[in-house]
Design a protein around this ligand. Structure first.
Ligand code: 13P
Length: 341
């Protein structure tokens, strides 16, 4: 039987499409706006999100958009509530429901994601506002004596409790355990920690009675630490990432949508493409994108807060979305970037 949640989950990861993560918290969007010297106020945030959500044809490459609490309550410049605007284009509205990664007690340098208190009530409200899926991001830091068992267990448990509350409320949970790429660790170390994290997460999801068919995984890729002197190439990242996913992620999961995590736009696209090309027809799940920075970056820097730049900014977003859409089919080529330029 295909349930409504299963249908939504499969639509989120449909071939040729992926998810636009536009759920930056007020603090994070302020950082992004600072980089283009724009003040982070409500009208500017609304104008920016309006620019991202309204390009003609964006629905050809974007299956869903993750919104932030402020955005799900805002109206477009054309005076339509954002969730309704997205739904009218056939794009699924989603919502970030965690309240951020906070210091984990007795584990210096490590974080645990908060937001379980009152979550059932908030989910019920988000459903009324039109949300079809939700997101919760856990962060795992690699460092000296890190991550700790404490950190992995606390985050896996919180992710599973969140996922259970979402499914009961009628939202598809995106389960996002992000192993950070910050640091000088090797790709071997990233692989080992990603495997540990995913195993802990799927054990917690089982204990908490999650219906995996109605969930989407949003993992980080197995990649060299940002400051590691030896950087693994595209094919190695693709091979190692898929190897670990095969080991740890049950086939029942509806699909996998990667975060970009600070990878450059084109590298994030190339990695996704390589996985889909190398493992075409071999995997039980579609592999797609749920990128924030790697989708938004060119449009943010083109927009710069000026109405006159909206058309060019939207073209930049459409281009990135198109390239990533091709990558979900293993049909992306770097030459296509130059053609667009
Ligand atoms: P990035 O793709 O910029 O990592 O953001 C994705 C996201 O939603 C992080 O939670």
């Amino acid at each position: 039987m295909t349930t409504a949640l299963r249908k939504t989950a499969l639509a989120m990861v449909a071939k040729g499409k992926g998810i636009l993560a536009a759920d930056e918290s007020t603090g994070t969007i302020e950082k992004r706006f600072k980089s283009i010297s724009i003040e982070s106020n409500e009208p500017n945030r609304r104008a920016y999100r309006d620019m991202l959500f309204t390009p003609k044809g964006v629905e050809n490459y974007i299956s869903g958009v993750i919104l932030y609490d402020e955005t799900i309550r805002q109206k477009s410049l054309g005076d339509v509530a954002f969730p309704q605007l997205l739904a009218s284009k056939g794009i699924l509205p989603g919502i970030k429901v965690d309240t951020g990664a906070k210091d984990l007690a007795l584990c210096p340098g490590e974080k645990v994601t908060e937001g379980l208190d009152g979550l059932a009530k908030r989910c019920a409200e988000y459903v009324k506002l039109g949300a079809k899926f939700a997101k919760w991001r856990a962060v795992i830091t690699i460092g000296r004596n890190m991550p700790s068992t404490t950190c992995i267990a606390a985050n896996a448990h919180a992710l599973a409790r969140y996922a259970a509350i979402c499914q009961e409320a009628g939202l598809v949970p995106i389960v996002e355990p992000e192993v950070l790429m910050d640091g000088d660790h090797t790709i071997d170390r990233c692989e080992e920690i990603t495997e540990w994290t995913l195993n802990a997460v799927y054990e917690a999801l089982y204990i908490n009675r999650i219906t995996l068919e109605e969930s989407v995984l949003k993992p980080s890729m197995v990649i060299s630490g940002k400051d590691c002197p030896k950087q693994a190439g595209v094919d190695e990242v693709a091979e190692r990432t898929v190897k670990i996913l095969k080991r740890c992620v049950p086939a029942a999961v509806a699909g996998i949508a990667f975060l970009s995590g600070g990878q450059s736009d084109e590298v994030a696209t190339a990695h996704l493409n390589a996985m889909n090309k190398m493992f075409a027809g071999e995997l039980p799940w579609n592999l797609t994108f749920s990128y924030g920075r790697a989708l938004q970056h060119p449009s943010l820097t083109t927009w710069r807060g000026a109405a006159a730049n909206v058309a060019a900014a939207q073209a930049a977003l459409l281009h990135r979305a198109h390239m990533n859409g091709l990558a979900t089919r293993g049909q992306y080529k770097p030459e296509l970037e130059k053609q667009a330029a």
